[in-house]
Design a protein around this ligand. Structure first.
Ligand code: TPP
Ligand code: MG
Length: 443
């Protein structure tokens, strides 16, 4: 075994991927029987992405799933009945039948922010969750997913810039499944690797085989650990394939058959089954037991959903406006020592690192005379994402270019500016004489 997971964890990864697939297959049958209300999206072929990326998260961590992340919901402990009833708009569903598809969350127990349909918007929202968790001293990581199409929205870029600048403990999984509706990635984005976008925000990134659950797990684990250690956000591009149309209504006739054949031969569950067998982690008996357990569990859950009533008509007029049913009050007040280093990873004050002159650009140009990182393919000399594969140990991202030194660095006050007492009290006495305006060091 080339990674630190136990046998039980290896088998659990299989369980969740297979549960994801069998659950969705049942929902396709329900859709054809006209028992699903609204659209139905498939994550066929992408199970390793949702399961592998969510698996390293702790209970206290937060996720915001998108339409192809049923696997992540299952890993987070959402029972299949919630997914069945939600799609069938039953009264017993998490939204009591008021909303459909994957539009539900669980803020209290499982820490799931409900999907937002506007692609990209979950990125700033989850950045906010990550920052709030940090402020509250919870040491959490927030994670969400975005498609190749969604990575072209303004919210993606604004959100990622915010996350990067704030060094938020936030992980973004970019699901490059080759298609956004009927548009292939190459007709939508002029770069080959979507992870290259991370370079623009100065954050770490990886490219992994999205059909290799261990590769996804390894990269996600590293990203989550780094985030938790206070090293800022991370982006992981997973290369995978949407094996169905955009939703049930779409037969995906625009996808070349050879492309489906290519990816079918790389089915994530088949690949993982082979890995488990070749590495003697299981045998046919263990597989049969897990498959039978999934069948049993889904029988019970589906029956519960099918037997559940539709919501009563009068429910339609309830809960439209909040009439005191929600108490929205964050426990935001913290002792100052807790929100300052060393207990917080973020310095509340900062320094002007350089003066932004052309001379500094020249200094950097000299540094990059030799390429810093191998990999990628467009010949530029900037830090490239690390490419990872499942069995191999994770490679470390090469260090980014050092900042050029600038003498006499002035300190920029935090918060309310010159009158902020907290800055004065933490100021280094040595710096006081550097301020020409005030000999006592006030600014
Ligand atoms: C801001 C925004 N623009 C357009 C849409 C409509 N829309 C929904 S899904 C989708 C395609 C998404 O493709 P991608 O991000 O690659 O995800 P995939 O469906 O491949 O998982 C579009 C354009 C939307 N929901 N939000
Ligand atoms: Mg896509």
């Amino acid at each position: 075994m080339s990674n630190p997971l136990t046998r039980e964890q290896h088998l659990e990864l299989y369980y969740f991927m297979q549960l994801n697939r069998q659950l969705e297959e049942r929902m396709v049958r329900l859709f054809r029987q006209n028992k699903i209300v609204g659209g139905l999206y498939s994550s066929l072929g992408q199970e390793a992405v949702s399961v592998g990326s969510c698996y390293p998260l702790e209970k206290k961590d937060w996720i915001a799933p998108m339409i192809r992340n049923v696997g992540a919901l299952l890993v987070k402990g959402v029972p299949p009945r919630d997914i069945f009833t939600q799609h069938m708009a039953k009264y017993t569903s998490p939204t009591q039948g008021k909303d459909g598809t994957s539009h539900f969350g669980d803020l209290k127990v499982r820490h799931i922010v409900s999907p937002i349909s506007m692609l990209g918007d979950l990125i700033p929202v989850m950045t906010g969750v990550a920052m709030a968790g940090r402020y509250l001293g919870q040491n959490i990581v927030a994670l969400t997913w975005i498609g190749d199409g969604g990575s072209s929205t303004g919210a993606f870029h604004e959100g990622l810039n915010l996350a990067a600048q704030q060094r938020a403990p936030f992980v973004l999984i970019v699901e490059n499944n080759q298609w956004a509706y009927s548009t292939p990635v190459s007709r939508q984005v002029p770069v080959k690797n979507l992870a290259d976008r991370a370079v623009a925000y100065g954050i770490r990134s990886w490219i992994v085989d999205g059909n290799d659950v261990l590769a996804v797990y390894n990269a996600s684990k590293e990203a989550v650990d780094e985030c938790r250690a206070g090293r800022g956000p991370a982006l992981i591009e997973v290369k995978t394939m949407r094996m169905r149309g955009h939703a049930q209504h779409d037969p995906a006739e625009y996808v070349p058959k050879q492309m489906f054949d290519y990816w079918k031969a790389r089915d994530p569950i088949t690949l993982y089954e082979k890995y488990l067998t070749e590495n003697k982690i299981w045998d046919s008996k263990a597989k049969a037991e897990i498959d039978a357990r999934i069948e049993r569990e889904l029988d019970v859950e589906q029956k519960f959903a099918e037997d559940s009533p539709m919501p009563p008509p009068e429910l339609a007029e309830e809960g439209v406006y909040c009439d005191g049913c929600h108490e929205i009050e964050a426990a935001w007040q913290r002792p100052k020592a807790e929100v300052m280093p060393p207990r917080c990873s973020i310095e509340p004050g900062w320094q002007v690192k350089d003066y932004g002159s052309y001379a500094e650009v020249e200094a950097i140009t000299k540094q990059i005379a030799a390429p810093v990182v191998a990999g990628g393919g467009n010949g530029s000399k900037v830090a490239k994402p690390v490419v990872k594969s499942g069995g191999k140990p994770p490679q470390k991202q090469q260090p980014r270019l050092a900042e050029p030194e600038t003498p006499d660095i002035p300190r920029v006050p935090f918060g309310r500016g010159p009158k902020d007492k907290s800055v004065r009290e933490t100021q280094n006495p040595r710096d006081r004489h550097q301020n020409p305006r005030d000999k006592r060091g006030r600014r």
